[in-house]
Design a protein around this ligand. Structure first.
Ligand SMILES: Cc1cc2nc3c(=O)[nH]c(=O)nc-3n(C[C@H](O)[C@H](O)[C@H](O)COP(=O)(O)O)c2cc1C
Length: 275
């Protein structure tokens, strides 16, 4: 899977043809899920559910938001903010894999019936069903509800400017596409990340040897949105052969409006030798 190309291709699909996922697609997705590890040493898992479970049709409700989908990806993670971030990272890897197979997906955090999903998926006491996504064949017809969501969420397809999200050395100094050097593409892929209500409240500070990741705290989805951004950044760096790893530092530049999450520690030595 080509990461940059796939990130650019992904968009939310809410209307499907009604056709259930073909066996070969189910096998490919399940094989991909089985190969992935949850990052940051956290626990989370993803299940592929079907409305035709065991030959009987079951209800997996999305309050009319999603139409024609027979299969859903379900993210189950522990009740802990960083487990949610790690789970979102894992989930986005699967979303991108499905995109690379030309399947439609849509992150759904609020508008689904949790008890429908709980009936089909058993979860432990310390676990929660955090988000779902339909996965299937996109319909070419758009329904009124979908057009309405896209229009009312004005910035749906658009993203904030580079300099609004990324900073150079300090938070008063916006990073520009011209000054971001080799981090231009990884940061551009963060900018394209999906987020709840398209809020895009991740911020990145480029510092000597580091890129520090922060979020503007907001209820329900800031932990999830951050995991998606971290996924896009790291997968893009890997694709471009840029070495580094995430670390949660004890000392980092503070900002009273932003909450520090993690830093990307640049590994110049490994990068120079292409390790
Ligand atoms: C954590 C999360 C929760 C979301 N929840 C919903 C939802 O409940 N209903 C919905 O229609 N879209 C939901 N979305 C989709 C976003 O609205 C969408 O990703 C964003 O507007 C950007 O559009 P795009 O995915 O086409 O790039 C969610 C996205 C994320 C990342």
């Amino acid at each position: 899977m080509k990461i940059v190309e796939t990130i650019q291709k992904r968009h939310s699909v809410r209307t499907y043809t009604g056709e259930a996922l073909r066996d070969e697609h189910i096998a490919q997705i399940e094989e991909h899920i089985s190969r992935l590890k949850t990052p940051f040493g956290m626990k989370a898992r993803v299940v592929l559910a079907s409305i035709n479970s065991g030959g009987t049709a079951v209800k997996l409700g999305t309050y009319g938001l999603v139409k024609g989908a027979s299969n859903y990806l379900v993210l189950i993670c522990e009740k802990d903010p960083f487990s949610e971030t790690a789970g979102a990272y894992l989930f986005e890897q699967i979303i991108l894999f499905c995109t690379s197979l030309d399947l439609g997906t849509c992150w759904i955090g609020g508008t689904f019936n949790r008890s429908d999903f709980k009936k089909q998926i058993s979860i432990e006491a310390n676990e929660q069903i955090r988000v779902i996504s339909p996965v299937g064949y996109a319909s070419t017809q758009k329904r009124f509800v979908e057009k309405y969501i896209v229009q009312s969420d004005k910035k749906h397809a658009s993203r904030k400017g580079f300099g609004e999200l990324f900073f150079d050395n300090n938070f008063k100094n916006p990073l520009t596409k011209g000054t971001s050097g080799r981090f231009l593409t990884p940061l551009e892929m963060v900018r394209l990340a999906p987020s709840a209500n398209n809020k895009q409240e991740w911020r990145v500070l480029l510092d000597e040897g580091y890129l520090h990741f922060y979020k503007k705290p907001y209820p329900m989805f800031d932990t999830i949105d951050m995991g998606i951004a971290l996924c896009h950044f790291e997968l893009t760096c890997k694709e471009l052969g840029m070495a580094g790893q995430y670390e949660r530092l004890a000392n980092y530049p503070e900002n009273d409006k932003l909450k520090y999450v993690i830093s990307w520690v640049i590994d110049n030595e490994k990068e120079a030798y292409g390790i």
